[in-house]
Design a protein around this ligand. Sequence first.
Ligand code: KIV
Ligand code: ZN
Length: 518
Amino acid sequence: MSYIKFFDTTLRDGEQSPGVALNTQQKLEIAFALAKLGVDIIEAGFPITSEGDFECVDRIAREVRGPVIAALARTHKLDIERAAKAIEPAERGRIHIFTSASDVHLEYMLRKTRAEVLAISEEMVTYAKTFTDDVEFSAQDCMRADPEFVYQLVRTAIAAGATTVNIPDTTGYGTPQDYGALIRSIFVNVPEARGVSVSTHCHDDLGLATANTLAAVENGATQVEVAVNGIGERAGNTSLEEVAMALYTRRDHFGHDIGINTRELYRVSRLVSRYTGMLVQPNKAIVGENAFAHEAGIHQDGVIKNKSTYEIMNAELVGREAGVLVMGKHSGRNAFRQRLGELGYVDLSAEQLNELFKQFKELADLKQNVTTDDLRALVENEIVKVAETYKLDHLQFQSGMGGMTPQALVRLRTPAELLEATATGSGPVDAAYKALATLAPIPFELESYDLKAIGSGTDALGEVTIRATADGRTLYGRAISTDVVHSSVLAYVDVINKLAAGVGRAKVEAKAVTMALP
Ligand code: KIV
Ligand code: ZN
């Protein structure tokens, strides 16, 4: 099995992501994490661009051990000298020189002929070799360049001493087939390329960076340039974790070894996301929030029976917690029972489970994800038989247009007394809830309020579900009535009763206006 080197450019190309600026300490920490992850080369920066960049490369070269430390340079003497100086303290340092290959770059950016670019490349690779043996040569935009010119550049760079030749698809233009074919054609047209590392560097403008990189590996590339979470210019670079896990999971297909310690992948991803401020999309392969989460009932059922039904790799293998069952509207009864079991509710009767599953489905219709807290609240509400200490005795409200302030009066009856309050609000429900808040035995936060019509006519029942938290615990109140203000108030009273019954807090004291019982 041959070995594929991982060249990480999170700190250089990755830092070129719009809006990203890492300080020296953050870069150093990421570099340590990359070394622990087992990357072979860390591209630490582009020293000529600023004093700060120089200092970062220098610090990483001084302090990080294990990977080769690379610094980027244009085909300019001064760039090369700064890069050489910055990597000097490294155990092993690399100068990475780049020019361009496509006519559009030569004409508008370099303003040079092909012959001039070849001559400068030869001269600068030779110059870089006077500082270090390890010189990488890149020609930007190879995928849109004349392949004959790419061969000439590769031939020239190798003859001048380059030990790695990189074939960037700078604009993310390639497809797996034509990028793979370009890499293969290099070995055919420049046989001396077999004696050096041929490297990939793909951008993700068409979402093909990982596919293109893997196609290049299939066609003989031995180094992959990647960035954690796929960050980088525009749509980003090839994502390190995707290539690592593809090569690892499908080693039957690719047949290569890698030095990546896959169990570090998630940790490094989180670190880079935190420091760069670039959030990882939830459905991102390997490191996204949902990458190992199962929601559909059929999937959950399969995973409960045997993980391999829907998981091609274990979450633990990339340093994450085992795959999770996400409770949502697609979840099935089996997953629901399993999740309740995981939460410690193992003694529920068949009837309780049936009733809870029904309530869970209703709730999942209202909410995208039913959280663990929600599930606990459902079960506790079901298993705690709540006495109706507080009963709605009277409700009166007024609302209308033309400057009328919505107002509500509510009266609650307890075995010992009558409690009454009035309030105004932005509407009758708001006014009633403000009044009720003064009567609640324990203050609580109203987290959500949902109103659902049961039926389609104007006489439809209005079902109100509210979620409240008190003392860190979550409670639900639910009620149905043809009058939505009435059902809203009943749902609130439901919560008050649960609080009084100790679902929220043990000791309950009635407050507000106390009236003699009639
Ligand atoms: O995208 C690119 O071509 C680059 C080079 C500097 C390697 O980042
Ligand atoms: Zn790039």
